[in-house]
Design a protein around this ligand. Structure first.
Ligand code: SER
Length: 314
């Protein structure tokens, strides 16, 4: 069967690269990208529709026009910006998801991808090798919206027979499109600043370990999960994905191996520190490994090398 895909939030960090991979897999004209604003440039034959996912009527027209068989909803507000605008974050993250899910039920669109995050965990979750199932008491509005979203995904899968799939992404590191407003953004900024200025001031403290993942692995994981046979998937909330865990000190050391003059310093009192402190340091992803054969490819060293090479060449 030919798939037709609508990707909502295609200008963002993950959306922009997922769009490339989906177009390569399904054909340029079978992937309709969409975001609240026009992208800077569109490639040959690429179809884009400007839309606000909170505008349910417009979303309905978009789905009726393109008749997607799969919808990817990546439009969201991240953790740090969410703390500045909690009600807006809640509105976008929850009502965006509800609009998509309800329209999928109404229009018979079965397959949906929606991203969750390590932010669903909180201060009382185990910090090391955080398991799939444990105490979850997120204390950022972003984390609260992601946890509620996960419950909705499982609910709609069971109650309305949708085929919703989701990953709890770690912090994503990429060179093509910068992340915006997240707590894990330091691990992307460090590369840009290392090359531009030779130094970086981290807003997270030296020993704050967080799970991260290189974009290539994140995109590959997403497509692998969407390809997996439905009957293999035991998790219909969202899959833990471990990625690679490291601290600001450890990534700085890796950068220094390639750029020996690089200098790292640390600021204090940034509100993102408290968010990071409430999140896991490392994740256990046995369900992803068992259910859809997930295997990570990049470690801290290979990722650092690839990031710097790509940033230098582009
Ligand atoms: N990268 C996100 C953030 O920092 C977490 O999902 O907000």
């Amino acid at each position: 069967m030919t798939e037709t895909i609508v990707l909502l939030g295609s200008n963002g960090q993950i959306g922009s690269e997922l769009a490339v991979a989906l177009r390569a897999k399904f054909g340029v004209s079978n992937v309709i990208t969409s975001d609240i604003r026009e992208p800077k440039n569109l490639g040959e034959g690429e179809i884009f529709e400007a839309i606000n996912v909170l505008d349910k009527e417009a979303l309905k027209l978009l789905f009726e026009k393109h008749k997607p068989t799969q919808v990817y909803l990546l439009a969201a507000m991240l953790s740090a910006t969410g703390e500045q605008y909690p009600l807006k974050a809640w509105d976008l993250n929850m009502n965006g998801l509800l609009n998509v899910l309800n329209l999928c039920v109404e229009l018979g669109i079965k397959k949906v991808f929606w991203p969750s995050s390590i932010a669903v965990f909180g201060p009382h979750s185990p910090k090391v090798n955080t398991p799939q199932y444990c105490v979850m008491d997120p204390n950022s509005i972003y984390g609260i919206s992601k946890l509620a979203g996960e419950r909705l995904c499982e609910y709609y899968t069971e109650k309305y027979n949708l085929d919703i799939r989701s990953i709890r992404y770690p912090g994503i590191i990429s060179w093509k499109t910068a992340p915006g407003g997240g707590t894990t953004d330091y691990a992307v900024h460090i590369f840009f600043e290392a090359l531009a200025k030779g130094r970086y001031e981290s807003f997270l403290s030296e020993n704050t370990a967080l799970p991260m993942m290189y974009m290539d692995d994140a995109v590959r994981a997403t497509i692998q999960l969407m390809d997996a046979p439905a009957e293999k998937l035991r998790i219909r909330s969202s899959y833990n994905l471990a990625g690679i865990s490291f601290t600001p000190t450890e990534i700085a050391q890796e950068v220094k191996k390639i750029l020996p003059n690089f200098e790292m310093s640390y600021s204090q009192g940034d509100p993102r520190q408290a968010i990071a402190d409430s999140w896991p340091q490392s994740i256990d992803d046995e369900y992803a490994r068992e259910d859809w054969n997930w295997e990570i490819k990049y470690d801290l060293t290979t990722m650092t090398k690839d990031m710097i090479e790509n940033l230098k060449n582009n």
